[in-house]
Ligand binder design. Structure first.
Ligand code: MN
Length: 208
């Protein structure tokens, strides 16, 4: 039951997050990916790749970097239902992950390995992203080769035409679907606007 952990952590009477169908396979061959910016107790970016009817998920505290020399910590978390990729809104305070969620980027991904399951077990998954913000070749690499599935992973950009020293999380802070900042999403959904705003870029100040 791949979504058991996901469901155990949540009270679907309270949270607006999707419960997820028992089995939801997309008819197309395209594999979706989503990066959700999540201002919970701490800001992080949830990096999710569709695989075998669920979203494999990693929490990336600092978010993705386009700079191949920068390796971003990616903590594996429980599989999420495919419908979760469309979730943007507020998880009630006191619930698991309480806070504001933004669909920061989404699109589809293509494996660059012959066998994704083998690559995941080996802790070396290479793939291309076709998103609104993230493009080109990437890798998720487990820090301890052959380590436990709970071991830390790193999210790394490969060198290609999409590599850049620009900080994409700073330059492109808005939702890929609503164009809203976290504070606007919180406001529209009855969330904690001040808490959400902590994850937004500081407002530009005009000097006198
Ligand atoms: Mn999260």
């Amino acid at each position: 039951m791949p979504l058991t952990k996901y469901r155990e952590k949540r009270d679907f009477e309270v949270t607006p997050e999707p419960k997820g169908a028992a089995s939801s396979k997309r008819p197309e061959n395209e594999l979706s990916f989503v990066v959700q910016k999540h201002q919970a107790s701490h800001l992080h970016y949830d990096f999710r790749l569709e695989w075998k009817g669920v979203l494999l998920s990693w929490a990336v505290p600092k978010g993705p970097s386009l700079d191949p020399s920068v390796k971003r910590l990616a903590m594996p978390v429980e599989d999420h239902p495919l419908e979760y990729g469309g979730f943007e809104g507020v998880i009630p305070e006191g619930e698991y992950g309480g806070g504001t969620v933004m669909v920061w980027d989404r699109g589809y991904w293509v494996p660059e390995v012959p066998d994704v399951d083998v690559a995941l077990r080996a802790g070396q998954l290479k793939f291309s992203l076709y998103g609104a913000k993230l493009h080109g070749s990437w890798a998720l690499v487990r820090t301890v080769i052959g380590g436990s599935p709970k071991a830390k992973w790193l999210l790394v950009k490969h060198r290609d035409g999409y590599a850049s020293s620009d900080d994409v999380t700073v330059k492109k802070p808005k939702s890929a679907v609503s164009r809203k900042l976290l504070a606007d999403i919180a406001k529209a959904n009855g969330g904690d606007v001040l808490k959400a705003a902590k994850g937004d870029p500081p407002k530009k100040r005009t000097t006198a």
